[in-house]
Write a protein that binds this ligand. Structure first.
Ligand SMILES: C[S@@+](CC[C@H](N)C(=O)[O-])C[C@H]1O[C@@H](n2cnc3c(N)ncnc32)[C@H](O)[C@@H]1O
Length: 271
């Protein structure tokens, strides 16, 4: 393995610190709530009844809880000690726990899952952006998927209009941070680690020829990104209009390749 263990340790520490208030922040931010709804709507279109889901970087299990409530079984995995603690707490007390299994595991070590097979591999909100080469995760997908299994990966792309226009406010570094090949330094709860940005082309190349693209969508091309909380709170009416604009255009070229996140859904077509 050629992973920088410092990067993984820092990712673990950062997200462990964040894990204790992760859900409160997520629920209180209207754009995050809206983006999560969009991702779930997208995923539900490609899930079949009784599908078994493998969730990568599942965080505190917000999406796992949603999918379990819809009747799907979800195997949750995450690297972070804190996130794993939070998922365990969440599912020790609710009735959905029979639908959920939890394993602390990096998506670069998915062979640790053993010989279980899944119908749907799901990764939300940029967990995969914590590695420089997506192949380190996607190389495991064929051995984990049933025939015609699907993957739904939500990643941060290099082009985000709301970040680029910060150039006009003199924030040159911030505006172009996603375009750097060597990634950029993220600071989560005072812990720094590297973040890398992936285009649709990067994602599809890492999946390889055995995967057929089913759908591309974007999140927040027109809607200000979740970190722009001041705008979100000042103009709630305008934000609703921008949400609707995104919903209309998010699946159409070129809008489906840019934004705060992109959703790439593909099907495994092995012989
Ligand atoms: C922004 S959070 C997203 C969590 C969740 N998917 C959600 O939608 O709320 C990113 C997550 O990726 C996880 N992560 C980062 N690198 C990882 C890795 N190598 N393997 C597994 N999880 C990882 C972090 O621990 C964190 O829980």
């Amino acid at each position: 393995m050629n992973f920088d263990s410092e990067q993984f340790n820092n990712v673990n520490t950062a997200f462990s610190r964040q894990s204790v208030f992760y859900d409160d922040y997520d629920i209180s931010n209207p754009t995050l709530t809206w983006m999560r709804q969009q991702v779930r709507k997208h995923a539900l279109k490609f899930l079949k009844p009784n599908d078994k889901i493998l969730e990568l970087n599942s965080g505190t299990g917000l999406d796992a809880e949603f999918f379990a409530s819809k009747g799907y079984s979800v195997h949750c995995t995450d690297l972070s000690d804190g996130m794993i603690n939070e998922i365990k707490k969440k599912f020790s007390s609710v009735s959905l726990s029979d639908k959920i299994t939890i394993q602390q595991c990096s998506f670069t070590e998915l062979d640790k899952i053993g010989d279980k097979k899944f119908d749907f591999i799901f990764s939300n909100f940029g967990g995969l952006n914590c590695i420089s080469d997506l192949n380190e995760a996607t190389k495991f997908f064929p051995s984990l998927l049933n025939k015609k299994g699907r993957v739904c990966l939500v990643v941060l792309p290099p082009v985000c209009p709301w970040e680029l226009i910060q150039l006009f406010r003199g924030k040159v570094k911030f505006a172009f941070r996603r375009l750097k090949k060597e990634g950029t330094i993220a600071n989560v709860e005072g812990v720094k680690f590297r973040t890398y940005y992936f285009s649709v082309k990067n994602v599809l190349r890492s999946l390889g020829n055995e995967f057929k693209l089913l759908k591309l969508e974007s999140l927040a091309v027109f809607t200000p990104i979740p970190q722009m909380e001041k705008i979100l709170k000042k103009f709630p009416g305008l934000i609703k209009i921008l949400n609707k604009t995104d919903e209309k255009l998010c699946g159409i070229f070129p809008f489906n390749r840019i934004g705060d996140h992109i959703i790439v859904t593909a099907e495994y077509n092995a012989n």
